[in-house]
Every structure is written in structure tokens, then in C-alpha cells.
Write a protein that binds this ligand. Structure first.
Ligand code: CU
Length: 285
């Protein structure tokens, strides 16, 4: 019996250390699982991912201990082996231990979670502000600094497929229900403040790679910030059921390096505000 107890006592700390170490695996290994939360492309999404993995591995550790004890009891304390059950009641040491351990587990989770919440809410010193308004069923992106309004609707091939589904296979449409007429264009490497609101009912602007979702409530403005670390196309959707067209208002963000972003601003202004509008000096921050 003594040797058995020693074995269990030796295995638990090793298991704990292993599960904790797994949370610090390099990004490509973690990204290998497409079923997991995406690692994303913003500092916040990375922090959310790390917190998620910390909680995940802690739960795995707890699961191993709890189910291990259950199966140990089922196998080694089955009725055929111990026909007469032991008769004991309290065990003060055990009760103190199983109160203190969950307390520390909660502290280990609560401290980084609270720190991350504070970091998410730190809206100071943005380099760009974009207002996002959700409508039934499109998004409007307003860039006050550049005087630009972008209306972002489901792209025509996707729409055609919705209306004439029998004649146009969804499989023939690239990014079916995930592409828009005009994407939201944003610069990489800059702290962007997003002000989200609703123009009619409640919508939610959601891009998994940014690790955030912001509700757009009519009459209210919710603020959030992102810093996109990698140029690319990021897709999301409205994530608050807002009517029959809820599934037809995807979010598409194209992230470009700042110089290319400014070139897009100039092109957009020239195209929508007249030929001379492209040559302008942005208002200082
Ligand atoms: Cu919506």
C-alpha cells in the first residue's frame, strides 16, 4: 500500500508540470489544430488564446485527477474486492486541502483574466478611429479622419446564389456568404479604435482572428481597440441574430501596411469625392 501511495504522489506533480508546459508550445504547433480557438493576428487575440489554453490545460489536469480517482475507486474498491465498506467520516486535512487547491486555481485564472480585461479596455492614444454601424443587413464603416464612408454588403455572387440557389451552386462561389462588395480596409501595426453601434436593431461585429466581438446597440457606442500585426484578409460575421438577413452580413477586413492603406484612402476619396479629393493632408491626430 505504501509503495502505491508513493507512486500516485509522484505522478501528480509530473502531470501538473507537463500540462502547464503545454500552454507554452510555439505558435505553429498550436495553430495545427483548426478546431481550437484561432491564435489570431492581434496582441489581444494572442493574449486571449494564451488565457484560453491556460484554462484548457488546467481543466485537463483537473479532469485527469478527478476521473483518475473515480476509475481508481471503481477498480480497486469494487464490491467483490471489499465486500464490507470502510466506515469513516470527516478528514480535516483532506477538506482543507480540497478547499485551498480550488482557491488557488481560481486565483491563477482570475488574475490574468482581470489583467487582460483591463488591457482590452485601454483605449488611450489610438492612431485611427473607425465607426462601425450595423444595419439590416449591411455594415457601414466611417473613417472620420479621412471623411470616408464605406457601405459593406454581401457580394453579388453570394446574393445571386441566395436568391437563385438552384441555378448557382454555393460551391461555385468563392467565399460563399463570406465576401462583401467593399471590405473594411485598415492599416497594420497601428492602434485602431473601433466605435460600434447599431442603426436599427442589435448587431455584433465579430472577427475571430482579432479575438473580439463588439455588440452594436442602437443609441449606444461600444468601444474596442485592435492592432493588426499581419497584412491579410480577415473574415467574420454579424454574431447577434438581427432578423432574417442575419446570415447575409459578413465582415471582411483587408489589412494593409500604412503606406498602402493611405494610398487606398486617396483612391477612395478620388473615386467618391471627385478627382481632386485624393490629394489631401489628413488632419493631425
Ligand atoms: Cu446583424
Amino acid at each position: 500500500m505504501v509503495t502505491k501511495r508513493r507512486t500516485i504522489g509522484g505522478v501528480l506533480p509530473i502531470l501538473g508540470t507537463l500540462t502547464a508546459a503545454l500552454a507554452f508550445l510555439p505558435a505553429p504547433v498550436r495553430a495545427a489544430s483548426e478546431y481550437n480557438l484561432p491564435y489570431g493576428v492581434t496582441p489581444i487575440s494572442h493574449a486571449v488564446y494564451r488565457l484560453h489554453m491556460l484554462a484548457f490545460w488546467m481543466m485537463c489536469g483537473i479532469g485527469v485527477v478527478v476521473f483518475g480517482l473515480i476509475f481508481y475507486s471503481i477498480v480497486f474498491h469494487r464490491r467483490s474486492r471489499h465486500p464490507v465498506p470502510a466506515k469513516f467520516h470527516e478528514n480535516t486535512v483532506l477538506e482543507i486541502v480540497w478547499t485551498i487547491i480550488p482557491f488557488f486555481i481560481l486565483v491563477v485564472l482570475a488574475v490574468p483574466a482581470a489583467r487582460l480585461l483591463l488591457r482590452m479596455e485601454n483605449l488611450r492614444h489610438p492612431q485611427l478611429t473607425v465607426r462601425i454601424t450595423g444595419y439590416q443587413w449591411l455594415w457601414r464603416y466611417t473613417y472620420p479622419r479621412y471623411g470616408i464612408n464605406v457601405y459593406s454588403r454581401l457580394s453579388n455572387p453570394s446574393l445571386a446564389s441566395v436568391h437563385y440557389g438552384r441555378h448557382l451552386s454555393p460551391y461555385a462561389v468563392p467565399h460563399y456568404l463570406r465576401s462583401v462588395t467593399h471590405p473594411m480596409v485598415l492599416p497594420t501595426g497601428e492602434k485602431i479604435r473601433l466605435l460600434v453601434t447599431g442603426g436599427d436593431v442589435i448587431h455584433a461585429w465579430w472577427v475571430p482572428d482579432f479575438g473580439l466581438q463588439v455588440d452594436g446597440n442602437p443609441g449606444l457606442i461600444n468601444a474596442m481597440w485592435i492592432k493588426i500585426l499581419k497584412p491579410g484578409v480577415y473574415r467574420g460575421a454579424c454574431n447577434q441574430i438581427c432578423g432574417w438577413g442575419h446570415g447575409y452580413m459578413p465582415v471582411v477586413v483587408v489589412a494593409k501596411p500604412p503606406a498602402q492603406f493611405l494610398a487606398w484612402v486617396r483612391r477612395w476619396r478620388a473615386a467618391h469625392h471627385g478627382p481632386g479629393a485624393g490629394d489631401f493632408t489628413p488632419k493631425p491626430l
